[in-house]
Ligand binder design. Structure first.
Ligand code: NAD
Ligand code: IPM
Ligand code: MN
Length: 352
């Protein structure tokens, strides 16, 4: 029995979770999987009623689950720092989900906006540091709302924090056994403390992995190379903010935000990991029934792998790949005219 906390959240999060749950229920019997899904209504709607995104003991309520399955958070009528610092980011930190793993694969049948790239030319994983760095919740205002207002936003880099994420990325490069290569993303030309510690730690940890080749790229040059030669990458390791930015690029060069899966992992397994796609609540298409649920569905496959259900995960991934290749049941972001629920129904049937 896998006990999963479900937080649909906002906008298209609500719709894509619906389809992913269909697929997870549908794949279960063949693999002897039993689910117990518990829904938590925490969202911007919850905020409008209760003046908070989740109850104060919200994270504690999640502690005993085997996984957290989340859609997206963000509402046009509430400032993003309120919604995200009220729900998503505290959960990542509370459960020390220090790895954010985000694959980008160009599947057959999908058109990349880049010219000249063939299926699987792009096959990379960004390992994003997920609990500190530029996202450390450290800072404040002085003289708030006055002409002389000051805001301080501190980035926090710790040797232990750098070390564990970099080591995880090396291990992943070894385990993938593709190019056996790891790229470190830095900006130590301008950020002379945090990023220097990052670089030094990378060089130290690299000594433990003589079988993995490495290079270091400045974040600005890395953004360029995602466009110019994305096939050169295998695994990348990046700080919280740089990983965030790179993974939206990774998503769009492999076809759509609607295909980009993601997992927030605590590899020590001392608490639940959280599975939510790379995309947000997409207010521009929310409520229209046209969001692509495949990112959430591929994210559910990452959750299955984390739960040790590799067979079911593979089946879901194959079903998505097959559907992309045939190209008949696709949402508008991929050039199709199917609805969110038509794609979900189709995939649920394929994996049943
Ligand atoms: P977004 O990812 O929501 O949308 C960016 C673009 O991609 C939009 O044009 C959108 O329509 C498209 N898109 C995204 N997902 C799609 C899907 N599944 N199918 C088809 N098209 C898709 O990013 P944004 O517009 O910058 O942010 C919207 C809100 O979401 C903000 O409030 C932001 O803070 C929040 N956000 C939340 C998360 C999260 O909860 N994990 C992630 C990113 C952004
Ligand atoms: C993501 C999102 C979040 C992040 C935001 C919504 C806080 O963009 O998961 O990529 O930056 O981590
Ligand atoms: Mn992002």
């Amino acid at each position: 029995m896998h006990r999963i906390a479900v937080i649909r959240g906002d906008g298209i999060g609500v719709d894509v979770i619906e389809e992913a749950l269909k697929v997870l229920e549908s794949v279960a019997p063949k693999h002897g999987i039993k689910w117990e899904f518990t829904e938590f209504p925490w969202s911007s709607d919850y905020y409008f009623k209760h003046d908070e995104m989740m109850p104060e003991d919200g994270p504690e309520q999640l502690a005993e689950f085997d996984g957290i399955f989340l859609g997206a958070v963000g509402h046009p009528d509430i400032q993003d720092h309120v919604t995200l610092n009220g729900l998503l980011l505290p959960i990542r930190r509370r459960f020390d989900q220090f790895v954010c793993m985000r694959p980008s694969v160009l599947y057959p049948g999908v058109t990349s906006p880049l010219s000249g790239v063939k299926p699987f030319d792009i096959d990379l994983v960004v390992v994003r540091e997920n609990t500190e760095g530029e996202y450390a919740d450290v800072g404040g205002f002085q003289y708030e709302n006055m002409p002389e207002e000051v805001a301080v936003q501190s980035a926090v880099f710790t040797r232990q924090g750098c070390e564990r994420i970099i080591r995880f990325a090396f291990e992943l490069a070894r385990q993938r056994n593709k190019k056996n290569h790891l790229t470190s993303i830095t900006k130590s030309n301008a950020l002379g403390y945090g990023m220097v510690l990052w670089d030094r730690t990378f060089a130290d940890v690299a000594k433990e992995f003589p079988d993995i080749t490495t290079n270091t790229l400045l974040i600005d040059a890395a953004c360029m190379d995602f466009i110019r030669k994305p096939e050169s990458f295998d695994v990348l390791v990046a700080s919280n903010l740089f990983g965030d930015i790179l993974t939206d690029i990774g998503a769009i060069i492999t076809g759509s935000m609607g295909l980009a899966s993601s997992a927030n992992l605590d590899p020590t397994r001392s608490g639940p990991s959280m599975f939510e796609p790379t995309h947000g609540s997409a207010p521009d298409i929310a409520g229209q029934g046209i969001a692509n649920p495949m990112a959430q569905i591929l994210t559910s496959a990452m959750m299955l792998r984390h739960l040790g259900e590799d067979g079911a995960a593979e089946e879901i991934e194959k079903a998505v790949e097959e559907t992309l290749k045939i190209g008949e049941v696709l949402t508008p972001d991929l050039g199709g005219s199917s609805t969110t629920s038509a794609v979900g129904d189709h995939l649920a049937k394929l994996v049943s």
